[in-house]
Design a protein around this ligand. Structure first.
Ligand SMILES: Cc1cc2nc3c(=O)[nH]c(=O)nc-3n(C[C@H](O)[C@H](O)[C@H](O)COP(=O)(O)OP(=O)(O)OC[C@H]3O[C@@H](n4cnc5c(N)ncnc54)[C@H](O)[C@@H]3O)c2cc1C
Length: 343
């Protein structure tokens, strides 16, 4: 992802839509933010979309929600201008869905903290400038208790990128393993209240999952557009593929499902804008969107025939990029448990 594109988006005001005008943001509500995310998600490069949305809606919200005045003044202007790119580091090699199971530790030493551990699958992990890192800060506390969030700047001694990970899709997004070895940070880099980071992570999950819905919606919409164009011009057995009832009926059903997804996504953003409890709705959205986008992409790729399997086509890229939407940011099964708990 060329940095220049992110700086230009920052210059246009796209990277701080929901943030305070005093830091350069637009003070917009979740519905406005979703309009932008849906428009951004019309790109057929999922890696580009996620690079931006992790920065705007998954990583920097940790600072927005929990940062004190000094932290906001120091970091927010650069984040909104696209000069400082952010990443959020929660997942570890042995703890993904089970956030409370993380093992990275931050221990109070002198006037600061010493972080030790590793993080896995971190989007923007290689190229970010500022990282919001979850670590255990209490040896006694069990499960969700005793986790805190920290700001770690790139270049802090003891913090390094272990390796850039090779993925199936999202090829223009960088994903990394991060290593912390006696990484010393000042106490002022604690984000929010000590030992209450888990609740901050879970709170931010809601907007993050709404954005996953927007990405799925964008991919499904583009896949449908590409496929309708293709089947209307591609001839087989003397007629366009569109003339085959089985093809057009399956596309008609997918079109209806995609429209339903759009309405549900906007409904969730409206619930958020009203500050209502919407964990059940958003977890359901994440589960539905992640599965539906894969159903749409499978069928759209199928109707492209052999070309749907060739790397030079957008439909093939979308098919690869869609896969992660049922896994990352809350895998389908985990989301369904969140829904079930509330039924
Ligand atoms: C490309 C990519 C980018 C990512 N970016 C980030 C990032 O920026 N920051 C970050 O912190 N993380 C990031 N992640 C991590 C991502 O959120 C996790 O991979 C995801 O939450 C799943 O966790 P896991 O991989 O540990 O799978 P696991 O938790 O091991 O789950 C494996 C399978 O078991 C199922 N499962 C787990 N628990 C249950 C249960 N209770 N009931 C039923 N089924 C269950 C899951 O649904 C899944 O199908 C990224 C991952 C990828 C691949």
């Amino acid at each position: 992802m060329p940095r220049e594109v992110l700086r230009r988006m920052g210059g246009l005001g796209f990277l701080g839509l929901m943030y305070a005008p005093e830091h350069g943001g637009a003070g917009a509500d979740p519905l406005t933010n979703l309009v932008f995310a849906e428009a951004l998600s019309q790109s057929t490069f999922g890696g580009f979309i996620v690079t931006v949305l992790v920065h705007t809606d998954m990583a920097s919200p940790h600072l927005h929600h929990a940062g004190n005045a000094a932290q906001l003044a120091q970091y927010m202007p650069g984040i909104i201008k696209g000069e400082a790119i952010t990443a959020v580091a929660v997942t570890e090699p042995d703890a993904g869905s089970d956030v409370a199971g993380i093992r990275t530790r931050a221990e109070r030493v002198g006037g600061g903290f010493l972080i030790n551990g590793s993080k896995m699958f971190i989007t923007n992990g290689v190229h970010a400038d500022v990282y919001f890192v979850a670590a255990k800060t209490s040896r006694e506390a069990r499960g969700a208790h005793g986790i805190s969030m920290f700001i770690v700047d790139k270049g802090t001694p003891g913090f390094r990128v272990g390796r850039a990970l090779k993925k199936t899709g999202w090829l223009s997004s960088d994903t990394a393993e991060l290593i912390f070895e006696d990484c010393r940070i000042p106490a002022s880099n604690l984000l929010g209240r000590e030992n209450e980071g888990f609740y901050s992570v879970v709170k931010n999950f809601q907007n993050e999952r709404l954005m996953c819905g927007a990405m799925a919606l964008g991919h499904a919409t583009q896949a449908m557009r590409l496929t309708l164009e293709h089947v209307k011009q591609r001839q087989a057995f003397g007629k366009p593929l569109w003339d085959k009832q089985t093809i057009r009926q399956r596309l008609a059903m997918l079109s209806a499902k995609t429209e339903a997804l759009r309405s549900y996504t906007y409904h969730c953003a409206w619930l958020m804008s009203q500050e209502r409890d919407c964990v059940r709705e958003i977890s359901g959205l994440k589960a539905l969107a992640g599965e539906l986008v894969n159903e749409v992409l499978y069928t759209c790729q199928q109707f492209h025939g052999g070309m749907g399997y060739i790397r030079e086509t957008a439909i093939e890229r979308l098919w690869r990029d869609a896969r992660i939407l049922a896994i990352g940011g809350g895998a389908t099964e985990v989301m369904l448990e969140e829904v079930a708990k509330r039924l």
